[in-house]
Design a protein around this ligand. Structure first.
Ligand code: DON
Length: 313
């Protein structure tokens, strides 16, 4: 059974982990292919837990906003499924790719249908679906809107410098989108679709906000958080299944082995993990491993999960 610590015990465990992470020498490297991300100091570390039955608990830099990058793909998927439901799966698969998140190799072999919604081409199709179903272009970005409502934080915003940096260096993503356009799997304008995708990746949130915003995934699809997300119990289970199998790209198996919880990472160094029935965890450290996942965020959540016996297995 997962341990359900009281707030004082959880605070002690988080503080202890944050102290140990501060002393870690092996921290990986900050992402530099999006130049603006390379400016974040390597020594940052934060962590937050948003339990279903108590106040959020935080440690370290848990209230410092950072670029959520691919973690936005979870919120975008929720928005797209809200628009088109299961018909989304005609355009995006549900299998782990085993390839880097921005690979074009499988896309050619599989005629423009991305393996899953958490690799870049899959997320670009999801953005296309959202744009197609977003009738009023003057409203704010639907993924930003969802993040603000789920975290109950209207101040969450897009970092315009990161956005500009992504647009300036996004040729690979545009190539993925043009390839899918040629195969009939993108319906909108490639510039608009990729800019919408870059904008959602450039949203800044803190660990506290991310844990709060993903808490609905720890519910059984009921309650106020699930209502904001517009999810059913079945959809929650399936989102968790996708996070477990595809949430950390070609390291998803390794992360499942080490942590044993559905997770989603981003190249900003964030990682969220869901403990079904208990709550959501977010950790952040900008140094990445070779597959684009945060070295210390994985290590910290691994340690937390082990200490509290939090695993879906
Ligand atoms: O499109 C990109 O490459 C980035 N905006 C997002 C990639 C990302 O976060 C992959 N994560 N591990």
């Amino acid at each position: 059974m997962p341990h359900r610590p009281d707030p004082a015990e959880l605070q002690t465990v988080l503080d202890d982990i944050a102290t140990r992470m501060a002393g870690e020498a092996e921290r990986g490297e900050v992402a530099s292919y999006i130049p603006e991300l390379a400016r974040v100091p390597l020594n940052r570390f934060g962590m937050a837990v948003a339990p279903l039955d108590g106040p959020p608990i935080i440690a370290g830099d848990a209230e410092v906003p950072f670029s959520i990058q691919s973690i936005s793909k979870v919120f975008a998927l929720v928005a797209a499924l809200g628009h088109v439901g299961a018909s989304l799966w005609r355009r995006v698969g549900r299998e782990p790719s085993g390839d880097p998140f921005n690979s074009i190799v499988q896309l050619e072999a599989e005629r423009g249908k991305p393996r899953n919604p958490f690799i870049n081409p899959g997320a670009i199709v999801v953005s296309d679906v959202i744009l197609e179903n977003q009738p009023d272009e003057t409203t704010q970005h639907p993924v930003l809107d969802l993040c603000q409502r789920l975290a109950d934080a209207p101040d969450i915003a897009v970092d315009e410098d990161v956005f500009a940096s992504e647009v300036a260096t996004g040729d690979r993503n545009r190539a993925l989108a043009y390839f899918m356009l040629a195969e009939g799997n993108i319906r909108g304008d490639v510039t608009e679709v990729t800019e919408s995708y870059f904008r959602q990746c450039s949203i800044e949130m803190s660990c506290l906000q991310l844990a709060t915003a993903t808490r609905f995934l720890a519910t059984e699809g009921e309650g106020p958080d699930a209502e904001i997300a517009g999810v059913t119990p079945e959809r929650v289970r399936r989102l968790n299944a996708l996070m477990m199998t595809c949430g950390c790209y070609d390291a998803s198996g390794e992360v499942a082995f080490r942590i044993g919880l559905p997770c989603k990472s981003g190249v900003g160094g964030g990682l969220v993990a869901i403990v079904p029935g208990v709550g959501a965890i977010a950790a952040w450290s900008p140094g990445l491993d070779k597959k684009g996942n945060s070295v210390l965020a994985i290590k910290a959540i691994e340690e937390l999960a082990h200490r509290l016996n939090w695993s879906v297995f």
